[in-house]
Design a protein around this ligand. Structure first.
Ligand SMILES: [Zn+2]
Length: 169
């Protein structure tokens, strides 16, 4: 069910009124903002979106976004790490900034002025926010070799680590 490419523009209010569930996929290569943080355009994003109205009749989009196979540079060993980015959506579509400011804190706001929701822009933004601040391999060899990065690595200059890595190639 994830094989269908997502439509470029969605009518979010109509979809919310009829409580539509939409699944589909997007290539990571289509997400310009996210791409600028990645080492390549590899990967695919699987999306499940539930459109609905909340108790206050706000147009609400909940769901799951999973970007699989994205290539991020590990900040410890400076090699590519293939990661999966997961985002749980809880987004209310609003008309302007003033509506956005009035939303309860549990919602993210997404401004759509003309009723045309560009779903790629929304997913791009949400995935960027999900990126680790300092990405590294869960089992990074540099960490195993030198122990905890904060404490024991102090005698090793970063350039010394880099030089030893370069010599291995
Ligand atoms: Zn690493």
């Amino acid at each position: 069910m994830f094989d269908t490419p997502l439509a470029r523009i969605l009518d979010s209010r109509k979809l919310c009124d009829s409580q539509q569930l939409i699944t589909g996929s997007i290539e990571v290569a289509e997400l310009d903002g996210l791409l600028s943080f990645l080492e390549s355009d590899a990967g695919q994003v699987k999306v499940t979106l539930q459109f609905q109205r909340d108790d206050h009749r706000r147009p609400l989009i909940t769901g799951q976004v999973a970007a699989k196979g994205v290539e991020i540079l590990c900040q410890r060993c400076l090699q590519i790490d293939i990661q999966e980015l997961l985002v749980g959506l809880n987004v209310v579509v609003v008309l302007d900034e003033s509506q956005a400011e009035k939303l309860p804190a549990e919602y993210d706001a997404w401004i759509v002025e003309d009723g045309q929701l560009n779903i790629r822009e929304l997913l791009d933004q949400e995935l960027i926010l999900s990126l680790p601040i300092v990405p590294y391999h869960a089992d990074c060899k540099v960490e195993t070799q030198y122990g905890d990065a904060g404490s024991k690595q102090q005698q090793e200059s970063p350039f010394g680590v880099l030089a030893s890595l370069l010599q291995k190639d």
